[in-house]
Design a protein around this ligand. Structure first.
Ligand SMILES: Cc1ncc(COP(=O)(O)O)c(C=O)c1O
Length: 418
């Protein structure tokens, strides 16, 4: 188990200089807890690997969209990769200047395009010909010029879970590499479009770096083809996707990734934009939950906790693995357990077949839950979404309130009896 977030001292577990038990005493469970210094450390590591490359890191808001987390990245000079008007408005809460925002996604609506144009974002990552035409039309109506990149689908296998693989020709994302040049030529003729870049994102949780190299090579030849056609760009957006170690995956040093960028893309002399999400926040957060019941039978044992699949969807959705620690009881494991929530679905599990010792009221940490944890959570089973807490040195503060029952019904209650 490799985790830099929590450590044990005198039978207590800490994040930075805060005893995790104090957090549960004050704010209750379940809750997400993040470490500010771990997030900054991870960003600094990436920045130092990229130090010889002209680059801009655009944090992928979808991975963790809490305003206090966005503020950390904004304060450290990052831009943002967004996929909806909601995400753009979140960024605007932190910084009204959205010149470092790139807008990805296959289904940008009229309203979303209007909002992004009026916000003067850095670039739309265009994912289809229809979208290009729509952006041009709206920009014309608004009397502005839209800056765009075309998201190229390089048809490479990211060797990750099929649901988070996005760079294969059968995926809905991007423009097939064979059609990309023709779309650039089309874009070049549109009066309200200014081509500023090229974009590619091949998937998420990529641990073998070779698919990135395949994609970079293809992007590099496309950049050459654009130059030949006298189509000028000033940035190459290589997306996000770098994986983290959830379950002893071997992760290549970031330097190798940076070396690949240098080898294949630096010669073009363009700004390199990156859209990392998971890498920057994944290992800096955990889901804290409390044991409600222990349920044993002849062939299966369950630890039933107060968190569930609506709080952390990754295990149910991707069969994803999260390491688990019992923070209260560090005795030798005595049994194998599935850790499950109270939701009425067999898919409601957070971890399976784990060797643990546990009792009612023990605190359990579900590790590496900083990315795609809270941001994917829902109100399923009428469960209010849980609170989020930020640790900073020896302090901890709430960065999102636990939802109340009133929050759950506020959009319905006024319609009752109408
Ligand atoms: C377009 C785009 N950019 C960036 C990301 C962030 O990916 P990751 O969190 O794996 O770095 C995603 C996530 O899938 C994405 O779809």
């Amino acid at each position: 188990m490799s985790n830099d977030l929590v450590y044990s001292k005198n039978s207590n577990y800490y994040i930075e200089n805060v005893n995790i038990k104090e957090i549960s005493d004050k704010f209750g469970t379940p809750c997400y807890i993040y470490s500010k210094s771990n997030i900054i450390k991870q960003l600094t590591e990436l920045q130092s690997a990229l130090k010889d490359i002209n680059h801009l890191i655009c944090f992928a808001v979808k991975s963790n969209s809490n305003l206090s987390i966005l503020k950390i990245f904004n304060d450290l000079g990052c831009g943002f990769d967004i996929v909806s008007a909601g995400e753009l408005k979140r960024v605007q809460q932190i910084n009204n200047n959205t010149e470092k925002v790139v807008f990805s996604g296959v289904g940008k609506s009229f309203e979303e395009i209007q909002l992004a144009l009026s916000s003067n974002i850095l670039a739309f990552n265009v994912e289809s010909e229809d979208e290009l035409v729509r952006i041009n039309k709206i920009a014309k109506e608004m009397g502005v010029i839209a800056k765009i990149s075309i998201r190229v689908n390089p048809n490479v296998d990211a060797k990750t879970h099929p649901y988070i693989s996005t760079g294969l020709k059968d995926n809905k994302f991007g423009i097939n590499e064979e059609n990309a040049l023709a779309l650039y030529q089309h874009a070049n003729k549109l009066n309200n479009i200014k081509i500023t870049g090229i974009d590619c994102h091949i998937g998420s949780q990529i641990t073998d770096l070779s698919p990135f190299e395949d994609a970079f090579k293809k992007i590099s030849s496309l950049v050459d083809a654009l130059e030949k056609d006298n189509i000028k760009i000033d940035h190459i957006d290589i997306g996000g996707g770098i994986g983290i170690d959830y379950n002893n995956e071997v992760i290549s040093p970031l330097k190798y990734y940076a070396d690949m960028i240098t080898k294949h893309l630096k010669k073009h002399n363009k700004k390199i934009i990156l859209e990392p999400g998971r890498l920057l926040v994944g290992k800096s957060g955990l889901l804290l939950t409390k044991v409600e019941y222990i349920k044993k039978s002849n062939h299966k044992n369950f630890i039933i906790v107060d968190a569930a699949m609506n709080d952390l969807m990754r295990p149910a959705l991707y069969n994803a693995h999260h390491d688990v620690i019992n923070l209260t009881n560090q005795n030798e494991p005595n049994n194998k357990f599935d850790i499950v929530g109270p939701i009425c679905e067999t898919g409601d599990f957070l971890a399976e077949d784990r060797l643990l010792t546990a009792d009612e009221n023990d605190l359990i940490a579900i590790l590496d839950a900083g990315a795609y944890g809270f941001s994917m959570s829902s109100n399923y089973n009428s469960r209010p979404r849980i609170s989020e807490v930020m640790v900073n040195n020896d302090q901890f503060t709430l960065i999102r309130d636990r939802e109340s029952f009133e929050d759950l019904i506020k959009h319905e209650i006024k319609h009752l009896n109408t």
